[in-house]
Write a protein that binds this ligand. Structure first.
Ligand code: SF4
Length: 195
């Protein structure tokens, strides 16, 4: 993939965007007015358990197919890359691990936001599979992310009223001013499905 000078990861480190995590940005790309519903403490704990199990499965699967584990939970400002592998040919693969049974669009978008020129490949993984993101998908997502960041920064009022209903998001949204808000989606998040 051709090099992108200012990646989204770089932009998220800059002062105007420090409070926007890749997880939130991925959802804002789909609906700029999305507001995350609060998580219950027990849901968060449950998620951490599911995520740890999925991580072990992803590591085991890669090791069995010849990859070498290079890093676990590589942190940056406001983001976390779950796993970094190196193939037998030296290609660096980043894996964004999800505990969800189904890998969704928001998972793919979030993983694409972690791209920078130091990795050759990004995959979204769960307990069963690894989905490789294409270069085209990553580039397209990076473009959408920059447009969304500009909207959130320069026109926050417009962003707050730009409603783009999405069944997966409306279910976990807490924007009480939105007519599309699900009657059941504002208080409890089903982490096993969303994460
Ligand atoms: S309820 Fe749906 S359409 Fe409304 S702000 Fe939330 S995600 Fe967007």
């Amino acid at each position: 993939m051709s090099k992108i000078e200012n990646t989204v990861a770089t932009e998220l480190l800059s002062s105007p965007h420090r409070k926007i995590s890749p997880s939130l940005l991925a959802r804002k790309i789909l609906c700029p007015a999305y507001v995350p519903a609060p998580l219950l403490a027990e849901d968060r704990l449950r998620f951490l358990g599911f995520h740890a199990m999925a991580t072990l499965q992803v590591i085991g699967r890669h090791l069995r197919t010849g990859y070498c584990l290079k890093a676990i939970e590589k942190w940056g400002n406001g983001f976390r890359i779950d796993l970094v592998f190196e193939s037998s040919t030296g290609r660096i693969r980043r894996s964004e691990v999800k505990s969800a049974k189904q890998i969704t669009e928001v998972h793919r978008i979030q993983a694409a936001l972690y791209w920078d020129p130091t990795c050759d490949e990004i995959v979204v993984s769960n307990g069963e599979t690894d989905i490789v993101l294409t270069d085209e998908y990553i580039q397209s997502t990076q473009r959408k992310a920059k447009i969304t960041l500009a909207l959130l920064t320069n026109h926050p009022q417009v962003a707050a009223s730009t409603f783009k209903p999405n069944p997966a998001l409306c279910r976990i949204c807490a924007n009480s001013s939105c007519l599309f808000l699900s009657s059941t989606g504002s208080s409890i998040v089903s982490l096993s499905q969303d994460k």
